[in-house]
Design a protein around this ligand. Structure first.
Ligand code: ADP
Ligand code: MG
Length: 557
C-alpha cells in the first residue's frame, strides 16, 4: 500500500457517495454537535432554570426541567450528540440526579478543549490532562465532602429539597422531602459491616390525579387500585388474614371448554350443579384456611364472588402482578399458585382499609412488614408526572446518599472549591497536560456561572465573588440564586450528594474524551446536509444528524 502511495496512486476503498472528514474538521464537527446538545439543556440548570415543552411526533406534550427527560424526548439522531445523551442516561441510572450538570460540564470541557486544539495542542495531550484532572477532582470531592448518617433526617430532608428545587415538585417540597426521608428510613437496613443498604424495591410510587400535591402521603403498606369484586363484600377488614393468589378462582378452562354431550335437561342441571359445587369447594377451602381478604391476580368467577361475599370475605380480582409481589412483602404472605395446596401458613397479615375518594384499598402491614408506598397526588396529569419525576429523583438521591454517606455544599460551592484546588494541582503537572488540567478546572466553574445566568445575575461578578470567598478559606461559599448573594450554602440547606458529583465528573470526562479521540469520520453518505432528515444507514445518521436535532428542538419553546 505504501508503495502505491509513493507512486501517487491512492487506493480507493470508499464508495462514491461516502464522505470523509479528518482531523480538525472531524473534531470540530463532533465538538459542535456535542456542544449543541449541552447548550440545549443549560438553561434548565438550577432552581431558576426554565422548563422546556417537548412535543412528540404524536403530539404528546411533556413540560419538564429534567435534563435526561429533555434529551430522551428530543429525538436526536446525530451519533456524537447521542454520546452526550448517553452521559445523561448513565448519570440518571447511577445517581438519579445531576444530569444537567454532567451534560453541561461535558459541553464546556469540549469548548475548552477546542481552544487548546486551536493552539496546536495534540488531542491526546488534552485527553491525558482531562483524565488526570478528573481523577484528582474525584479525590477532591471526597476531601471536601461532609459525612451524613442515616438518622440525620434534617440534613437528608435538605438534600431532598435541594434536589426538588426548581422542579415541578417544588411548591410542596418540604412535605415531599419529609415523605421521601421517611420512606428511605423505612427500607434502610444496616449490613453486617456497618454500611447501610437501602432497598428501593420496597418503595412503591403510586400516582393519583385529582387532589392536590399537598395531599400526597406515605403509606406503610401498599395502595391497590381496585374495587371489591362483589357489592356485598366488606370494603374494609382490620387485622386481616390475607391470601395472595395468582391462579383464577374459576372452573379450570380445560374443563369448561371440554365438549360434553347432554342427553336431557336433567343432565345439564347435573353438570351445572357439579360446577357450582366445585367452585363452592374452592371458596370453602379459602374460608377454612382463615382468609379474610383475597387478592387474586387472575379472574374470579361470578359465582365464586357470590360465595366469597357470603363468607364475608373481601376479594379483588385482576390485581397487577407487580402489586402482588409488593403485597407479598407488605403482608408477609406467600403467593399461592395452587388453591388445592395451601394452608394458613401461606396467609399474610394486614389492615385493609378503603380510600373511597381514590377508589383504592390501602393495605398496611404489621410490625415486621417491609414496604412503603408513596402516593403522589396532583390536580392534573402534567402536575402528577412532573411531581413524580422530581420525587423519584429525590428518592434516588436520598437513598444513594444514605448508602454513600457523604454530601457537598451546593450552589456551585463544590465546583469552585474543586476548581481552585485543581489549579494548585495543575502547577505540579508537567507538559501540555497542565493546560488541559487548567481547562478542566475552568469548565467546572461553568456550574456557578450558569446558575447565575439562569437567575438573571451577572455571571462574571458572581464568579469573581465566589473565587474570592474560596481564596479566603470559605469552602462552602456558593450562590444563593434567590438573593444573588454569595453565602455558606451548606448552612443555608443547599446540599448535594457527593456520589452524584463524582459520577457527573467521570461521565462528563468520558464523553468529552470519547469525542476528542475521534479524528476521522467516515460516513456512507453526505456529511454536510442540514435540515433534511434522511432514512437509515450510518450516512443517514450522520448527515441527517443535526437536521434530526433541529427537528427535535423545533418542538421546544
Ligand atoms: P441537575 O440535573 O444537574 O441536578 P438541576 O436543575 O437540578 O440540575 O440543578 C442542580 C444545581 O442547582 C446544583 O448545582 C445545585 O447546587 C443547584 N441548586 C439547587 N438548589 C439551589 C439553591 N437553593 N440555591 C442555589 N443553587 C441551588
Ligand atoms: Mg437536580
Amino acid at each position: 500500500m505504501s508503495q502505491q502511495r509513493m507512486q501517487g496512486q491512492p487506493m480507493i476503498i470508499l464508495g462514491e457517495d461516502s464522505q470523509r472528514m479528518k482531523d480538525k474538521d472531524a473534531q470540530s464537527h463532533n465538538i459542535e454537535a456535542a456542544r449543541a446538545v449541552a447548550e440545549s439543556v443549560r438553561t434548565t440548570l438550577g432552581p431558576k432554570g426554565m422548563d422546556k415543552m417537548l412535543v412528540s411526533s404524536m403530539g404528546d406534550v411533556t413540560i419538564t426541567n429534567d435534563g435526561v427527560t429533555i434529551l430522551q424526548e428530543m429525538d436526536i439522531d446525530n451519533p456524537t450528540a447521542s454520546m452526550i445523551v448517553e452521559v445523561a442516561e448513565t448519570q440518571e441510572d447511577e445517581a438519579g440526579d445531576g444530569t444537567t450538570t454532567a451534560v453541561a460540564v461535558a459541553g464546556e470541557l469540549l469548548k475548552n478543549a477546542e481552544d487548546l486544539l486551536e493552539q496546536d495542542i495534540h488531542p491526546s495531550a488534552v485527553i491525558r490532562g482531562f483524565h488526570l484532572a478528573s481523577e484528582e477532582a474525584r479525590d477532591l470531592v471526597d476531601d471536601i465532602a461532609t459525612e451524613v448518617e442515616p438518622d440525620d433526617t434534617d440534613l437528608l430532608r435538605k438534600l431532598a429539597e435541594t434536589s426538588m428545587t426548581g422542579k415541578g415538585a417544588e411548591q410542596n417540597k418540604s412535605l415531599l422531602a419529609q415523605l421521601i426521608v421517611d420512606a428511605v428510613e423505612a427500607v434502610t437496613v444496616e449490613a453486617d459491616d456497618g454500611s447501610h443498604v437501602v432497598d428501593l424495591e420496597f418503595v412503591n410510587i403510586e400516582t393519583q390525579t385529582g387532589r392536590s400535591v399537598g395531599e400526597s402521603e406515605l403509606l406503610h403498606g401498599a395502595a391497590i387500585d381496585k374495587d371489591p369484586a362483589h357489592p356485598d363484600m366488606p370494603s374494609e377488614v382490620e387485622d386481616a388474614d390475607v391470601l395472595l393468589v395468582n391462579e383464577p378462582i374459576e372452573i379450570e378452562e380445560a374443563e369448561a371448554d371440554a365438549q360434553i354431550n347432554l342427553d336431557s335437561p336433567d343432565q345439564l342441571q347435573e353438570f351445572l350443579d357439579k360446577e357450582e359445587e366445585r367452585l363452592q369447594e374452592k371458596v370453602q377451602q379459602i374460608a377454612d384456611a382463615g382468609a379474610d381478604v383475597v387478592l387474586c391476580q387472575k379472574g374470579i368467577d361470578d359465582l365464586a364472588q357470590h360465595y366469597l361475599a357470603k363468607e364475608g370475605i373481601l376479594a379483588a380480582r385482576r390485581v397487577k402482578k407487580s402489586d402482588l409481589q409488593f403485597l407479598k412483602e407488605v403482608a408477609g404472605a406467600n403467593i399461592v399458585s395452587d388453591l388445592d395446596d395451601f394452608g394458613p401458613e401461606d396467609l399474610g397479615h394486614a389492615d385493609v382499609t378503603r380510600d373511597d375518594a381514590d377508589d383504592m384499598f390501602l393495605v398496611e402491614g404489621g410490625e415486621d412488614a417491609h414496604g412503603v408506598t408513596l402516593v403522589i397526588r396532583g390536580s392534573t396529569d402534567h402536575v402528577v408526572d412532573e411531581t413524580e419525576r422530581g420525587t423519584g429523583d429525590a428518592l434516588d438521591v436520598v437513598s444513594t446518599t444514605v448508602a454513600d454517606g457523604r454530601v457537598l455544599a451546593g450552589g456551585g460551592a463544590a465546583e469552585v472549591e474543586i476548581a481552585s484546588r485543581l489549579r494548585e494541582f495543575a502547577d505540579g503537572v508537567e507538559g501540555r497536560e497542565q493546560l488541559a488540567v487548567e481547562a478542566f478546572a475552568d469548565a467546572l466553574e461553568l456550574v456557578p456561572r450558569v446558575l447565575a445566568e439562569n437567575a438573571g445575575l451577572d455571571s462574571i461578578d458572581t464568579l469573581v465573588d465566589l473565587r474570592a470567598a474560596h481564596a479566603d478559606g470559605d469552602a462552602h461559599a456558593g450562590l444563593n440564586v434567590f438573593s444573588g448573594d454569595v453565602v455558606d450554602t451548606f448552612d443555608a440547606g443547599v446540599v448535594e450528594p457527593a456520589h452524584a458529583k463524582e459520577q457527573a465528573l467521570s461521565s462528563a470526562t468520558e464523553a468529552a474524551t470519547l469525542v476528542l479521540k475521534i479524528d476521522d469520520i467516515i460516513a456512507a453518505g453526505d456529511l454536510s446536509t442540514e435540515g433534511e432528515e434522511e432514512e437509515g444507514g450510518p450516512g443517514g445518521g450522520m448527515g441527517g444528524g443535526m437536521g434530526g436535532m433541529g427537528g427535535g428542538m423545533g418542538g421546544m419553546m
